[in-house]
Design a protein around this ligand. Structure first.
Ligand code: IMP
Length: 190
């Protein structure tokens, strides 16, 4: 069976893609290909970082590979936190990042935002990108305990509840990552 590396050690993400691929590829994590390096993420953009990580693995480990990178873009903040989403407050702590963002948006009525996810596949040295976006708005306070990251303050378009309140099935059906993964899987299924 064709081997394909997913440049992550996040078991949840691997399980999600493996399920969507339905056994068509043997999916390997970074640990499983023997990669313990910190992957570079220095381009300053989400598509750039996604490409940089996939290229790094392909070039150093000679295996077909894909990498994902995601972020939250808030219109009133000119697209921030964007590529800095994971460390917006200076820490990885989700509660601190949420508090930091809510404070930046205090008193601002335009709260439109989107999650963007870009997957880059490097296959036989060729690059392919798949993007997924979910539009929505930032709530004025946290609601719900589901999901992770900024889920408790992100209300997807067409809903009144945050990702933190909606079920996993509902979120995955419309999420940025879900959409990017479907683009990848449709391509691989050919
Ligand atoms: P990553 O590139 O997928 O690791 O995402 C970068 C950061 O974006 C994460 O650390 C989270 O803070 C945020 N993020 C990405 N996807 C989601 C999501 O589905 N819900 C909430 N936050 C997310």
């Amino acid at each position: 069976m064709n081997k394909l590396c997913f440049a992550t050690n996040n078991a949840h993400k691997i399980e999600e893609v493996a399920f969507a691929l339905d056994g068509a590829f043997e999916l390997l994590s970074l640990a499983e290909i023997g990669c313990t390096d910190e992957l570079p993420e220095t381009t300053g953009t989400i598509p750039g970082n996604s490409r940089q990580k996939a290229r790094y693995v392909f070039d150093h480990f000679q295996i077909d590979c894909f990498a994902d990178d995601s972020g939250l873009e808030v219109d009133a903040l000119n697209g921030e936190p964007g590529v800095d989403t994971a460390f917006y407050s200076g820490s990885r702590d989700h509660a601190k990042n949420i508090a930091f963002l809510l404070q930046k948006l205090a008193g601002i009525t335009n709260r439109t935002a989107r999650f963007r996810s870009v997957i880059t596949l490097v296959q036989n040295g060729q690059e392919y990108q798949f993007e997924g976006v979910v539009e929505g708005r930032i709530a004025t306070e946290s609601h719900g305990t589901g999901g992770f990251g900024y889920d408790p303050i992100f209300i997807p378009e067409g809903y009144e509840q945050t990702f933190g309140e909606l079920s996993m099935e509902v979120k995955n059906g419309m999420s940025h990552r879900g959409r990017a993964v479907r683009g990848l899987v449709d391509y691989l299924a050919g």
